[in-house]
Design a protein around this ligand. Structure first.
Ligand code: SAM
Length: 271
């Protein structure tokens, strides 16, 4: 059965998703939404996109809102993605944080962690540094499916393709084609479902030393980016650090953060 997405329904769905998540789906990406939601319509035994819109508009359709978030997010990630940033964090930023924090330890947040590769990479790097101070590593995403996979912590050879040999041997157990993360790394990260545009939820996280918010703002429009950046600013302690994706920039979005270039990597610092 072919289910067609009419332009007017597409616009209503697009606006609804934008209001809820900040994700902006352009006209050119109508096919993307159509492909992603057809499965949901079939699974819910609905007759078309209008019924689906009705379902999510009223009470979130009994858990359907969470499935919608799973469907419209892009969860591409891998271990040691943009490794120069992790290098600068481990070699320069950690010591800055510890100068400020001392024995109190660090509070870190991976703010769109997808299936967990980013926060786990940070945890492994800190373990290799033999950090004696307490580190709280919080990781969040809007997608329950991604978070479930993060907590399972079993990865494909593709996800671990950039993991240095030493780390692979030390922190993973190969099981056929799968790589299981060692429990000390798995248990070092606390996962939560946080929608970055949800002020109430983001406000639960305060006094952070560093936030990694990489490769997620690209899905938002300017207004949503600015809103999220202002919430992240409030979540950092004064002097706290923000990492965004290396292809992203805060230019034209906010002047609230001071950029510094360390070994070719741009790091933003809260004033
Ligand atoms: C491409 S992944 C980036 C993962 C990782 N940070 C990295 O750089 O490899 C983008 C993630 O952002 C999440 N995301 C999208 N909109 C979000 C929102 N409003 N709140 C929280 N997470 C969101 C998606 O679910 C997805 O897992």
């Amino acid at each position: 059965m072919h289910i067609e997405l009419q332009d007017s329904t597409f616009k209503q769905l697009r606006d609804f998703i934008y209001e809820k998540t900040g994700i902006y789906i352009s006209d050119a990406k109508k096919y993307f939404l159509e492909n992603r939601l057809v499965r949901r319509i079939q699974e819910r035994n609905l007759s078309g996109f209008d019924d689906y819109l009705y379902l999510i508009q009223y009470n979130g359709g009994g858990g359907e809102l969470a499935r919608l978030y799973d469907a419209v997010t892009t969860n591409e990630t891998f271990f040691f993605r943009e490794p120069q940033q992790f290098g600068v964090f481990a070699d320069s930023i950690v010591s800055e944080i510890l100068k400020e924090r001392g024995a109190q330890g660090m509070r870190l947040w991976s703010a769109a962690c997808s299936t967990g590769e980013e926060p786990y990479t940070i945890s492994m790097l800190l373990m290799e540094k033999k950090m004696v101070v307490r580190t709280e590593m919080i990781a969040s995403d809007i997608s329950d499916a991604a978070l479930e996979s993060a907590k399972r912590a079993v990865y494909s050879s593709y996800a671990v393709r950039n993991v240095p040999e030493l780390y692979l041997r030390k922190y993973f157990k190969a099981n056929g084609q799968a790589y299981e993360l060692e429990s000390s790394v798995r248990d070092s990260v606390k996962f939560m479902n946080i929608n970055l545009t949800d002020e109430k939820k983001v406000k639960c996280l305060r006094d952070l030393d560093a936030i990694f918010c990489r490769n997620v703002l690209i899905y938002f429009d300017k207004k949503a980016k600015q809103r999220v950046l202002s919430l992240l600013y409030d979540s950092l302690r004064p002097g706290g650090f923000l990492f965004i994706g290396s292809s992203e920039s805060l230019h034209n979005l906010t002047r609230a953060f001071k950029p510094a270039i360390i070994n070719g990597v741009v790091v933003y610092q809260r004033s």
